[in-house]
Design a protein around this ligand. Sequence first.
Ligand SMILES: [Zn+2]
Length: 255
Amino acid sequence: MTPWLIAAPAAAVGLAGVTAYGAVHPRSQLFGHTVFQTSQPRKLAITFDDGPNPAITPKLLDLLDRHGAKATFFLVGKYVRESPALAKEITARGHLVGNHTTTHPNLFFCGPEETRTELLRCSEAIHAATWEEPRWFRPPFGFRSPWLGGIVQRHRMRTVMWTLIPGDWRPKPADWLVGRMKPIATHAESIATKRNSPPTSASGDVLCLHDGDYARPNADRSRTLAALEFWLPGWRDLGLEFVTISQAAGKVVEG
Ligand SMILES: [Zn+2]
């Protein structure tokens, strides 16, 4: 066997690995510029995917109001068409809405035409309900494709990923989710203790949570509410500001 024949399978595995990394790793820039963190360590961008969800989103809006927190909601077009008044309520309360496709497919397996249609139909639904033009896009499951970046850009949007995705869709108790969200406080504490020394991190977190479920309407996300209820006062005490992606975007760090 020649060395080439031995090396070929390893190279194929390596290439597949790079593609998988580029498709799903939140910090990957392989498939176009991606925003994954905020411009300042004290700015925390809380984001919610897969809504609007009539079972949870109204309670979530009340919770955010109680803590003076603004957030970003990446909406699914089919749910916006079912609950346009709720989508409008999100923007009326001062939050930002973004595009999360219209049917929530894995875009890694969608061709350019299907990808374009998914983005367009979602933006149309959001515009019809809220009169807002989404400027931010989050890919379902975090999966991107080689043509996605160009299509997002042509729709005058920017792709947003995250620094922390605690997995609030898993059927685990709220305590588990509270623990999974601890890195936000740990990051804020490390900044507070180093206030008088040169900053080790010039960026803040983008937290990815879910107020809906792309597969089931009216999904129960009460554990997400409970975990936020636990953390919001603590984060505020640590000096964090709760901002939308646009508010964090004065000089959003593009990795
Ligand atoms: Zn999603």
